[in-house]
Design a protein around this ligand. Structure first.
Ligand code: ADP
Ligand code: MG
Length: 275
């Protein structure tokens, strides 16, 4: 380690993250079994950003949880850098809607946390944390506690914390959904610039259709539970590193329309109107 550049994969190397026929069932004591995810196969190349959308409860978070090793598949397997995920590991980093910052640690100490666990010396991890905080426009706030920051600043600190461990894959579960519209746009910009500049690989869950289109190379659409991937849409638009620019492309509206069709959002509206 020592730098924050993602490790380079050799050409033709295994995908960064791969799901092979993954099914996940949850059982409750005496209650019925829920099949959250069924037969999902997907593969993300080095440097690729993929978004996952689907109706609430269709298994998106469960899918991401299996990427991080939080849950194990009932059937099938998940591989990161060609290695089977069999529990929590530091090849993947997780970012959630809630920032997961430790309230008793300063922002800098939060960013250093993962490195501390890995056994990196304070003298080595400190400059790394400060550099990351600077890149996410938090220079000067390193000694603040999470409660002293706005929601947007906390999510930027969370991004810095996620990157500090230099993961092979970033898994993000609706990271911006609790933010107001303007703050969200700024963070989308920060995220997209970082992903492109560092060639990071990411799987992003969002319920914001436009966000899925402007931030990614590909959008995967899931069915209602049990969640399967019903469509894969490559986003053929320039400027992935610059969402403010990409947002204005006329093609975005066409993709939004297609996603609405796939998610049957129009039909839901008709049902509401006739109810
Ligand atoms: P999404 O993120 O798409 O909204 P989730 O992956 O959170 O959906 O949930 C999918 C289904 O799996 C839901 O029916 C949910 O109740 C169930 N589920 C998720 N996690 C657990 C768990 N730890 N134990 C039991 N059921 C779960
Ligand atoms: Mg979820």
């Amino acid at each position: 380690m020592g730098t924050n550049a993602a490790p380079q994969a050799a050409p033709g190397a295994a995908p960064r993250i791969e799901y092979r026929s993954v099914t996940k069932r949850f059982g409750s004591a005496g209650g019925p079994t829920v099949t959250a995810v069924e037969g999902v196969t997907l593969s993300i190349r080095d440097g690729e950003v993929v978004s996952l959308i689907g109706p609430s409860g269709c298994g998106k978070s469960t899918l991401l949880g299996m990427g991080s090793g939080l849950y194990l598949p009932t059937q099938g397997e998940v591989l990161v850098d060609g290695e089977r995920v069999d529990g929590p590991n530091d090849h993947v980093a997780f970012m959630l809607q809630k920032d997961l910052l430790l309230p008793w640690r300063t922002i800098r100490e939060n960013v250093e946390y993962g490195l501390e666990i890995k056994g990196m010396a304070a003298a080595e991890r400190r400059p790394l944390a400060l550099d990351l905080l600077g890149r996410f426009h938090l220079g000067g706030f390193e000694n603040h506690y999470p409660r002293q920051l706005s929601g947007g600043m906390r999510q930027r600190a969370a991004m810095a914390r996620t990157l500090a461990v230099d993961p092979s894959v970033l898994l993000m579960d609706e990271p911006f959904s609790a933010l107001d519209a303007q703050t969200k746009m700024v963070l989308q910009q920060d995220l997209a610039t970082m992903l492109a500049r560092e060639g990071r690989t990411a799987l992003l869950i969002t319920h914001d259709l436009a966000e899925s289109i402007i931030l990614s190379d590909r959008v995967l659409v899931m069915s209602p539970r049990p969640g399967r991937i019903i469509e894969e849409i490559p986003i053929d638009l320039p400027d992935r590193e610059n969402p403010m620019v990409r947002r204005r492309k006329p093609g975005v509206a066409v993709y939004v329309e297609r996603l609405m069709e796939l998610l049957r959002i129009g039909e839901t509206l008709e049902t509401l109107e006739t109810a």
